[in-house]
Design a protein around this ligand. Sequence first.
Ligand code: 2PG
Ligand code: MG
Length: 408
Amino acid sequence: MKVSSISAYPVLDSRGMWTVEVSLMLQNGVRAAASAPQGKSTGAAEMRALPAAAAVKSVANIVAPRIVHKDFRNQAELDEFLVRLDGTKNRARIGANTMLAVSIAFLRAMARTKKAALWKHVRDEYGLWVDPTAKALRPRLFMNVVNGGLHAENGLHFQEYMIIPKSRTFAESVEVGAKIYHALGSALAKAKGRGAANLGDEGGFAPAFRNDLEPFLMIRAAARKMKLEKKIDLGLDAAATDIKGMSRRQLKNFYKKLIKGFKPLYIEDPFGENDFKSFAAMRAEYLGNGMGAGAPGVRSALWIAGDDLTTTNTDRMAVAQAKGSVNAVIVKPNQIGTVTEALNAVRMARAYRWAVVVSHRSGETNDDFIADFAYGVAADGLKLGAPARGERIAKYNRLLQIEREAAE
Ligand code: 2PG
Ligand code: MG
């Protein structure tokens, strides 16, 4: 399929920062656009994003002249071409954000050409690796209801306090999560007064707390009040690389208390982004010793996930596997730059029997690609913030729509 035109322009993300959107047209007249999200607690090993203005220029000056009128048989061909065209190790020439927007826009245009829903097209691209029963599989929703760390100015060391509904459908999961979210908001306003229910970057509440465990106490109380305690698991993204003023030992003690008191299902980035060893020690402590020990991610009672540690990069994932650091992994397409590479990261995680949690970024546009991607690869989880703020709601509503499409 030939690309007949492509252009890029700046658009705003949810923090009012510029990011890049790409619009392209195929030779058959089908058009599609896509924009790149942006992180704040970004991993040092992530591929480089260019400032939006430079990304726009890179499409005009580098990408467009080389891909317009060129024939690409499939997504992998386009993505491999982009990687070669960039030619750097960290995507500093074209920019991982630019590449991703081009990659997703092409994916969308190809889905439209086939008249297939985007998630169906993702499933085809993902291909053989999908378990034949995967049709029925839905990622669980990782709903971030309290924001801390770099996503809020409230002194919480940890970045994301999540509820993870156990419900089998998106509709029920959203219902359960939203009820607890609302009950939590009311409880916070009552307990902490004016402004306590104000929102952080991902739509979670962001008041000052007495300590780093209090959010879970209040979440649990809100769930109890709504008689939904048994319908959820709890999760934490520590984003420990960005934690200031806590030693490794203090972190370990915190996780011990957390695990004892709240039995979370999920802990992401418990230690710094290069500390494969501390991850491995934690995995060994809670999931048993030795390589490959502990239940495979999805069946395990505790998912220890890499995000800044692994950065959707198969080289880093291989290191994490060799060292026994994790049994779950975050997949963020913009950390690596193309849809094909993100699919490869999912394939590798499946080969390692890790749980796969696809994730948005803290800076999002209303682009809802991530919902189709997560459903398409039958991820175990999708991290998408609170059920609040338009850029998060776009993804929730898309999931609900996917559920209706899949039932047809
Ligand atoms: C994370 C993300 C998304 P950011 O750490 O998992 O929630 O945050 O996009 O700021 O890196
Ligand atoms: Mg993270």
